[in-house]
Write a protein that binds this ligand. Sequence first.
Ligand SMILES: [Zn+2]
Length: 141
Amino acid sequence: MTISEKVAYIQGLYDGLGLDREKSGEARILSEVLDVLREVGQQLDGVDAAMDQFDEELDALGDTVADLEEAVFDDEDEQDEDLSGFGDGDEEEDFFQIPCPTCGEDLLVDDEALAAGVVDCPVCGGKFALSFEDEDDSSEE
Ligand SMILES: [Zn+2]
């Protein structure tokens, strides 16, 4: 039951009482209140109708956007794979060589030596600790 229908029902009750709004102040007030309620109900009906129309237009707009997305972004998924192959053929070596501080032999510093922080020289048998401290350039002239 909508508000308009409820107002019409109350209006019917009011009319059924046979009140004389010319002689009864209460009857007049009730009649005025019913008039206001009827207007409120009519305006709400108009709002509902407008909302229904708005819904329809919004649905149509959503369909149009979906069609546009399909037209513009079609095949988009197929392009996502390309990024994974980036950098192939350009592998960086994960080790480097440093000269042995004792005998000058080039020593391979691999991940294992880096993790241990110590390099064993196979030529002279010396051990030395790896140091990655930056040179202090401020001492330069
Ligand atoms: Zn050495």
